[in-house]
Design a protein around this ligand. Structure first.
Ligand SMILES: C[S@@+](CC[C@H](N)C(=O)[O-])C[C@H]1O[C@@H](n2cnc3c(N)ncnc32)[C@H](O)[C@@H]1O
Length: 259
């Protein structure tokens, strides 16, 4: 009799307990709510990136994902710049990493301002070896690490302000330094990003560009290259040996160290 009582009690409590647990859909919905959003990255022949912030985008991308050979879905942590934002297409920067830059296997690459780690992933697809990265925003550092875990690539990412902080000694002798830079304000061309001070990823009064250019020789090895994505005006201000590839008001600037 006591055994039957115990058994009934057990059944009742488990039923009550499990019926209080939300179902799978509830979890999916709420996990999605708490995510700033997700971003789809594709690096087949060309770069493609798209934010997954609604059901429609998820459906469209799911079809793309099945056809692609090189694609991942990554989280975009709060405060971190999304490479899939529709407003700012950074495709020329990523296409340069994938196709034009000639990054070879085992090249030592540093990604400055790695954000979600999208460009770290793109660089790794070419170098197939550990990529170095840094960001001023600690949440971006965590985001880069999460992306590296998801895509299973090795990364050495640190929190640092490239304009100020001393870097570890192995952050030197790079074949390539890449940076999708905070955009240089350019009031003459009505290009003035008024972003709140706590936003790291955009707006530069020229200080970031200047300090970065000063530091570049200590980062690159002889004949090493830096690839930066900024306004055309910023590219014009670069005083090293350079090639500029304009894209409207923006430009890719490929800098080559000669000594
Ligand atoms: C335009 S976002 C690019 C993010 C990412 N690389 C991409 O392409 O999606 C610029 C990045 O530079 C970082 N950043 C801005 N100023 C920096 C500084 N002084 N030192 C290091 N990183 C910086 C920002 O936190 C941001 O992640």
């Amino acid at each position: 009799m006591f055994k039957i009582f115990l058994y009934t009690f057990f059944l009742l409590t488990t039923t009550i307990y499990t019926s209080e647990l939300p179902d799978e859909d509830w979890f999916r919905k709420h996990l999605y709510d708490r995510q700033e959003y997700l971003c789809y990255l594709e690096a087949d022949k060309e770069w493609f990136a798209c934010d997954l912030n609604n059901k429609d985008s998820l459906k469209k991308i799911f079809k793309r994902l099945l056809k692609s050979h090189n694609s991942i879905i990554i989280p975009v942590f709060p405060t971190v710049y999304s490479p899939g934002s529709n407003l700012t297409s950074d495709k020329p920067y990523f296409d340069t990493i994938l196709n034009r830059a000639e990054i070879k296997e085992n090249d030592k690459v540093l990604v400055v301002g790695s954000g979600t780690g999208a460009d770290v992933w793109a660089a790794w697809l070419k170098s197939k070896t550990k990529v170095y990265a840094l960001d001023i925003n600690p949440i971006a550092v965590a985001n880069t690490l999460a992306t590296a875990r998801i895509a299973k690539f090795p990364v050495n990412v640190i929190e640092a302000d490239i304009t100020k902080n001393e870097l570890p000694s192995d952050f030197s002798d790079f074949d390539f330094v890449l940076w999708n830079m905070p955009v240089l304000n350019d009031p003459e061309n009505h290009f003035n990003l008024s972003v709140p001070a706590e936003v790291f990823h955009d707006g530069d009064d020229g200080t970031i560009l200047n300090q970065f250019l000063k530091r570049l020789p200590s980062l690159l090895k002889k004949k090493g290259k830096a690839i930066i994505w900024n306004t055309k005006k910023a590219a014009d201000l670069v005083y090293y040996n350079k090639e500029i590839i304009p894209h409207g008001k923006f430009a890719i600037c490929i800098i080559q160290m000669t000594n």
